[in-house]
Design a binder for this molecule. Structure first.
Ligand code: 3PY
Ligand code: MG
Length: 259
């Protein structure tokens, strides 16, 4: 099932977050229990070649893939879709003009200005005719605009009203920095939580999806209750650190109990 159809059915989905630019690592991540996998080109190490190669093991695992592009690289949004990604997350969408440019790269006419050329995506998803592919692409692919600054919050309704923008993705770390005017980075900063809830409510009111990055797993239930449906988590760095600490703690506990 596509990411779009699962979200439309009201499911809550967890996406892994890959930053190690190697298809073998992406393959390992895709084999875990996540619903989908995001390749991160903004702060992660992914680049055009690793996205092109890294989407293959995600597709092989039968999971939807997302790509977060670097700031302002809307050309890469089209390429990520051409490589077979189902959704693109654009960071720092701080104006309606940013949202328009992002939507233009994501959607074929008449909604946007995406250029034709699904050289990899079509065979990778490979069913039906090219006419069908054209007809269904705008519906099937999802454009998530990241809301992570006060400027974005000020124009949120305009971003949500932009044709071709399917949802927002709240970046809680950058949002906390913006909220506190550089005072702290704290993805669960209590003072901003009401506003984060309001962003999801406004997205829903506009008929758009709400996604968020979850740093602290303990906050997941709270953000789902707010209306966030797509939760991103667990870079390889976080997964390995967590796995290693659990493994070592268990081993040390066993050694401590050896008598
Ligand atoms: C943020 O929290 O700022 C993010 O961009 C999450 O990926
Ligand atoms: Mg951010």
């Amino acid at each position: 099932m596509s990411l779009k159809s699962r979200l439309a059915a009201g499911e809550t989905l967890c996406t892994a977050w890959s930053g190690v630019p190697d298809a073998l690592t992406v393959e390992l991540v895709a084999q875990q229990g996540f619903d989908c996998v995001t390749l991160d080109m903004q702060h992660g190490g992914h680049h055009e070649d690793s996205v092109l190669r890294g989407l293959a093991p995600v597709l092989a695992a039968g999971k939807p893939s997302l790509v977060r592009i670097p700031v302002g690289r809307f050309d890469m949004a089209s390429r990520a879709l051409d490589f077979g990604a189902e959704a693109v997350i654009a960071p720092m969408v701080n104006s309606v003009e940013d949202a328009r440019q992002f939507a233009a790269a994501m959607k074929y006419p008449p909604v946007g200005a995406r250029s034709w050329g699904p050289t990899y995506a079509f065979p990778r998803h490979g069913q039906g005719s090219q006419q069908d592919w054209l007809r269904k692409s705008n519906e099937r692919t999802l454009a998530f605009a990241m809301i992570e600054t006060r400027a974005a919050l000020d124009v949120l309704d305009g971003i949500l009203a932009t044709p071709g923008i399917d949802g927002i993705f709240l970046g809680p770390s950058d949002f906390s920095i913006a909220w506190t005017k550089g005072g702290t980075v704290d993805s669960t900063h209590e003072d901003m939580m009401e506003t984060i809830a309001d962003v999801a409510a406004r997205a829903h009111a506009a008929g758009k999806y709400a996604a968020i990055f979850v740093v602290d797993p303990a906050v997941a239930g709270r953000v789902v209750k707010m209306g966030y449906q797509l939760l991103a988590m667990g870079s390889e760095h976080a997964l390995i650190a967590l796995g290693a600490s659990v493994l070592l703690a268990d081993v040390k506990k066993s050694i401590g109990n050896r008598q």
